[in-house]
Design a protein around this ligand. Structure first.
Ligand SMILES: NC(=O)c1ccc[n+]([C@@H]2O[C@H](COP(=O)([O-])OP(=O)(O)OC[C@H]3O[C@@H](n4cnc5c(N)ncnc54)[C@H](O)[C@@H]3O)[C@@H](O)[C@H]2O)c1
Length: 388
């Protein structure tokens, strides 16, 4: 039997993303023939009883109540950060300085300045670093990238993205960390539009200029806490002010001349996780939505007259990136598999020459520069040039 190199993970946070990441590490060797076996070594949480129960349920070998303990331990190779945004920088910088590889959830940081510090610290330490923009690891999105790279769509004119949710529309939905600026940085902008910006940079290229708009519809809410997934519970009778955006929009120009339109909101009734993109080029167009994540819609100008129209490609064939690792053609995969594909690249980076697979902390930084510029534009009303 081949002896696999064990990569021992220490993960901080065990609710929504903690569950997604735990599952991905566990399932990775099941689907991919890798030389590496991720070991769910230690789960970290501040509440001992809760973290012990979570470790048992999610399959971790041990737990800690202080993430700093992970830095001192020789039996931890990777630190995985699945905590709220304000904690990312402190943990990531300490982790890379301790020589640990790091996977960090998005958005990378609270500001571009902070994100740059994280990226530079990771580069200096020579560790493998990645940011968890999982949607680009859907086989259909990867296939769209291949088509664009091969010139099938021709010159790209438009990138259009909508990321629509509706989970906080009830005015009595508690004010959780995702709506507190000091913990989250921004609202829908950093939470949802960050993913759309990542898809745009992945598929079309760098953004050079943005105009932004942000709005908060519900100004105060009862104070509360996330209870897992996107659920929440009020902690008492106290109310507090919401100081982040409920909705955000942006216009953008890309380096290659394309124009971008972005919309993100948590107030689009009926849309639970409507993450959609459309790209229009001189020779064709593609459309993708998370609601039908295995499908890529493709229009090609070269199709015979009378037979032109969007076709639906079921991206479950061996020809579609990552799809061959799973089931026979026509047997779809889901949300969790985007994380498995991402973790596969992360492990390959660690097992290979040690280079960081994209999206790296540099991508996280560039994303954050765009987010900051949209926020600045929304505040001043003026267009903002992107400077890295
Ligand atoms: N990739 C994606 O699609 C995606 C989806 C959701 C969330 N996220 C990102 O993942 C991160 C976590 O979000 P979530 O939805 O899992 O949040 P969550 O509220 O469900 O879980 C956060 C976890 O962090 C723990 N925690 C909070 N502060 C901590 C601290 N100081 N030290 C140790 N543990 C701490 C909490 O106890 C909890 O276990 C955020 O950065 C968020 O933006 C990414």
């Amino acid at each position: 039997m081949m002896t696999k190199k064990k990569v021992r993970i220490g993960m901080i946070g065990y609710k929504f993303m903690g569950k997604a990441h735990s599952h991905a590490y566990r399932d990775l060797p099941f689907f991919f023939d890798t030389e590496i076996e991720p070991v769910l070594q230690t789960l970290v949480g501040r509440d001992e009883n809760a973290v012990r129960l979570a470790a048992e349920k999610l399959g971790w070998l041990s737990y800690e109540t202080d993430w700093r303990r992970l830095l001192e331990r020789d039996d931890i190779d990777v630190i995985d950060i699945g905590t709220p945004n304000s904690s990312h920088a402190e943990i990531a910088i300490a982790a890379v300085k301790a020589g640990k590889h790091v996977l960090c959830e998005k958005p990378l940081a609270m500001s571009a300045l902070q994100a740059k510090e994280m990226w530079k610290a990771a580069e200096q330490s020579g560790v493998v670093h990645m940011i968890c923009h999982n949607y680009r690891f859907s086989p259909a999105v990867q296939f769209a990238k291949k088509l664009i790279q091969e010139g099938v769509l021709g010159d790209i004119y438009h990138f259009r993205a909508q990321y629509l949710q509706d989970w906080i529309m009830d005015p009595e939905f508690p004010l959780v960390w995702r709506m507190r600026k000091e913990v989250t940085g921004s609202g829908t902008l950093g939470d949802l539009m960050a993913h759309s910006i990542d898809l745009s940079r992945f598929l079309v290229g760098e953004i050079t200029e943005v105009s932004g708009l942000m709005e908060t519809f519900i100004k105060t809410r009862p104070v509360g806490e996330m209870s897992g997934g996107l659920g929440a519970e009020a902690s008492g009778d106290d109310r507090a002010e919401v100081d982040v955006d409920d909705a955000a929009a942006a216009l953008a120009r890309f380096e290659n001349g394309a124009v971008g339109v972005f919309e993100a909101t948590r107030f689009a009734k009926g849309n639970r996780n409507g993450n959609r993109i459309e790209i229009n080029g001189s020779k064709g167009s593609v459309r993708w939505t998370m609601d039908q994540m295995n499908t890529l819609e493709l229009y090609l100008e070269d199709d015979p007259i009378g037979m032109q129209g969007f076709r639906s490609i079921n991206c479950t064939e061996v020809a579609h990136p990552y799809a061959g690792a799973y089931w026979p053609a026509g047997h779809p995969i889901g949300y969790e598999h985007t994380f498995i594909n991402l973790m596969h690249e992360f492990m390959r980076g660690i097992s290979g020459k040690g280079s960081s697979p994209s999206p790296t902390f540099e991508d996280g930084y560039r994303n954050q520069v765009v987010l900051d510029a949209i926020e600045q534009s929304a505040t001043t009303g003026a267009k903002v040039s992107i400077k890295y």
